[in-house]
Design a protein around this ligand. Sequence first.
Ligand SMILES: Cc1cc2nc3c(=O)[nH]c(=O)nc-3n(C[C@H](O)[C@H](O)[C@H](O)COP(=O)(O)OP(=O)(O)OC[C@H]3O[C@@H](n4cnc5c(N)ncnc54)[C@H](O)[C@@H]3O)c2cc1C
Length: 433
Amino acid sequence: MAKSAKSKVDVVVIGAGIVGCSTAYYLSKRGAKVALIEKGEVAGEQSSRAWGWVRQQGRNPREIPLSIFSKGLWSELSNEINADVEWIEDGSLKLAYTEEEMAHFESWAKEARDLGLDTRVISASEVKELVPALEGPFLGGVYTPSDGQAEPRKGTEAMARAAEENGAELYSHRSVEGFRVEGGVIKEVLTDQGGIEADSVVCAAGAWSSQLGRMVGVHLPQRVVKGTVVCTEPSEIVSHITVMSPDVTFRQKRDGTFYLSNGLRSDYYVNRESFRDLGLFLRNYLRFRRNMKVHIDGELVKDLMRGLPWSSAQRHPFAHTVDIEPEPNSQHVRGALRSLKNLIPSIGKLGIKRTWAGMIDASPDATPVIGEAPEVKGFYFATCFSGHGFALGPGAGLLMSELILDGKTSIDIRPFRPSRFRDGDMADWTKTI
Ligand SMILES: Cc1cc2nc3c(=O)[nH]c(=O)nc-3n(C[C@H](O)[C@H](O)[C@H](O)COP(=O)(O)OP(=O)(O)OC[C@H]3O[C@@H](n4cnc5c(N)ncnc54)[C@H](O)[C@@H]3O)c2cc1C
């Protein structure tokens, strides 16, 4: 049965994914009264569907300080919240197949080292020393020994539990459907089960953040793509280093199962949102177009119907988004398995235990949006983690708590400010690997 919310709290956090749960945890740890509102279940969307890589490697230089900060929290998280999140800190490896890639990795690694990351480019024979089972024409790769992995659902649920133990109130199956703003200041969050007054509101709503932003009069450019994941039957342990190649990425868990993806291939479904901010997303689209299949299909029709004045989506705009199980792309499932067998020929026959898909939210420069919306005092975004939010979640949550309670943060979050797209100050994606 739904609990009835306190009518007034210090902070309402919207969304119980890893970012919202971490934000609620760190705020409540310092005594703030928090209501964490979730339209479905905890970790019902991206945060249970991720591969589980906690990666600093490959990030845009702007994001490296945040990824180091957040990874530091991950290393201690099991102790901090007294939960087994299946943390393993054995590093990550990205393979290079051309001289151009090797050179690009080298220049990225130099910049990353200058920012404090323990990363280095290694030769093919060093790759073989690290993961002897790997085969293929790779020339080498980039290796970051301090990267890790954890189990997404366990990590997120444990953060939610820890926040509740601190006194945060969790309201699942309750949808945020609007806001009350007076004189440019946030006053109240309106849900399908009544309002909650708050001094601050954190929008950690993942794929739905731009829609919530519009409800409060704030523009947030955002796109959503679908990624497919394969979980195999257990096999002998090959390595706990997470490995990325163009056609397959893998993480082998403690129990020997692999989480695989077919490289960075994704599906994009055209909807009404697609016609917004086209210019801002063009560069990112061009970068990923070889890996992205664009679909113009029934999803567009359904979305257009939702825009009609008599649609029930006008009254309950998020009802159609609850408990949705996106369809995995079967080509990507087959491609991931085939490519794993090419990369690790000794792997033998490997059955599929489970496949799933998840919608990944992204900003135009593929780095997060963290900070107060300049248009509405007290309304903050912690969103658009662009496929990196599992790793960055604890760090983002701690920074949000500092920003709200202290008005300053341990690391500079200006590069993630919501207004940067308007200011023309986007991260340079050519510096990402
Ligand atoms: C296939 C896949 C693989 C990935 N692999 C990795 C990886 O290896 N490493 C990594 O770092 N990242 C990875 N990611 C990305 C990562 O999962 C996300 O960046 C991260 O989980 C985002 O967390 P979040 O809390 O912002 O969003 P979410 O987990 O999506 O949570 C947002 C929550 O907000 C709720 N919500 C939305 N609107 C409302 C509303 N109106 N009212 C109430 N609640 C609302 C939603 O129901 C949802 O539960 C992957 C993602 C996918 C899909």
